[in-house]
Design a protein around this ligand. Structure first.
Ligand SMILES: Cc1ncc(COP(=O)(O)O)c(C=O)c1O
Length: 441
């Protein structure tokens, strides 16, 4: 029997990720097409994409250059073994990533997702110190409310309680910095908030507690996206860099969301002017079209492994699909699209307009904070007493009915539109959201 791809009548088998499965299957929300700034629903409606899919389709949807590159590569070289063999596209893409990366980043290790990039970076950090004869440096420091994907390393250094509490004892030897959300001092800040740089000094306390010689790395999102858009207070990242450097601790920026133009520079490291030792990326690397991630490292990290007999594998780590030809082709076409259309610059140019549009929601019912940077924004709602997350989820459902896609986490609405959005579409997105909030219980 031919499958009806548009309206499947049995939704039971697919256990959906990070989804209220029972609610969804009673009233499914199904996308069947996409073009540029819009999705098409199964019932033929257009929905304006306010989230670039899941913070990943930075160039918008179904861009011909990317789709064509994928089709061409699939017909030419579908797969090449990732271990002990190479193919040109993976090398080409690595060079192009390094071209736009912050100074000092010189090497690229491919993965298939943000979560795998995080696991890779954490393993690299521990192994790097061991390779240099500092094998006692095994501790990893994350941050409360941090999101670093869903694998064991990532949820261990991560700080989102719901993502951790179901899964046992996690990795040992992990500690956390405090989060930087200070609504009493910083609510309705435009861009980076003034207060909270001192929270980076908590790292000194952690170092004193454990001893610097036991700490391998600190991992933070330069701008924490998934927890609901928490910006680094002014001076905070610089302070983290100073303290990590002073104690010989690697600094890893998780740039899975902030990478590839989201803040108006290629990476947040450039936007904030702070140079980490490693960066984790995914999402916008292939415009979200094909799963791919990449860890960027300095020469110092990479070179520590390049020792011993030359016939020996230097790093016992990698994935069957690391640098997969089709993903690499998608990555090259994506970076070409960003460059040709000047999308990172476009993001920087649109950011002030986005900021003012977003902050025009101040005073709207239920809104207790608004945060923004680049083309990213959050509107925090007062939770319904005793029913956290419900108000924002209702907003999400109503917004979808009214033709805009937003994302919610807790009672926070997060938006991160493709970088091709027009001013008129920003007005539409924010205007529709306002009408949703106006009618929300
Ligand atoms: C900062 C950060 N790290 C890691 C991840 C995990 O990426 P993935 O879902 O591709 O595994 C995400 C996803 O949103 C993220 O925002």
């Amino acid at each position: 029997m031919a499958l009806d791809r548009k309206t499947p009548n049995d939704l039971n088998a697919f256990w959906m990720p990070f989804t209220a499965n029972r609610q969804f299957k009673k009233a499914p929300r199904m996308f069947v097409g996409a073009k540029d700034m819009h999705y098409t629903t199964a019932d033929g409606r257009q929905v304006l994409d306010g989230t670039a899919g899941l913070w990943c389709c930075n160039a918008g949807h179904c861009r011909p250059r990317i789709s064509e590159a994928i089709a061409k590569q699939a017909a030419e070289l579908d797969y090449a073994p990732a271990f002990q063999m190479g193919h040109p596209a993976a090398f080409e893409l690595a060079n192009r990533i390094i071209e736009i990366a912050p100074e000092g980043m010189e090497h690229v290790f491919y993965t298939n997702s943000g979560s795998e990039s995080v696991e890779t970076a954490l393993k690299l950090a521990i192994a790097y110190h061991r390779a240099r004869g500092e094998g006692a440096r095994t501790r990893l420091i994350g941050r409360e409310r941090g999101y670093h994907g869903v694998n064991f390393g990532g949820i261990s250094v991560g700080g989102i309680v719901t993502n951790r509490k179901m899964f046992g004892s996690l990795l040992t030897g992990v500690d956390h910095l405090p989060h930087t959300h200070l609504p009493a001092q910083n609510a309705f800040s435009k861009g980076q908030p003034e207060h909270g740089a001192n929270l980076a000094d908590e790292l000194e306390r952690i170092v004193t507690l454990h001893g610097a010689e036991t700490i391998a790395a600190v991992i933070v999102e330069p701008m924490a996206g998934s927890t609901g858009v928490l910006l680094p207070p002014k001076g905070y990242l610089q302070r983290l860099r100073e303290i990590t450097k002073k104690h010989g601790i690697l600094l890893i920026f998780d740039e899975v969301i902030t990478g590839f133009g989201r803040l108006g520079s290629a990476f947040a490291a450039q936007h904030y002017g702070v140079q980490p030792d490693m960066m984790t990326t995914a999402k916008g690397l292939t415009n979200g079209v094909i799963p791919m991630g990449a860890v960027l490292t300095t020469a110092a990290v990479h070179d520590a492994f390049m020792q011993g007999p030359e016939h020996m594998i230097e790093l016992f780590h990698g994935y069957t699909y690391s640098g997969n030809p089709i993903a690499a082709a998608a990555g090259i076409a994506t970076l070409e699209t960003y460059k040709e259309e000047g999308l990172f610059e476009r993001c920087a140019e649109l950011a002030p307009y986005w900021q003012e549009a977003l902050h025009s929601l101040r005073g709207t019912r239920h809104v207790i904070d608004i945060r923004n940077e680049g083309l990213i924004g959050a509107v925090e709602l007062e939770p319904i007493a005793g029913e956290p997350t419900k108000r924002a989820f209702s907003a999400f459902l109503k917004a979808y009915e009214k033709g805009i896609l937003i994302r919610t986490t807790g009672d926070i609405i997060a938006m991160s539109p493709p970088l091709i959005i027009s001013k008129a579409q920003i007005d539409e997105l924010i205007g529709t959201l306002k009408s949703v909030l106006d009618t929300l219980d």
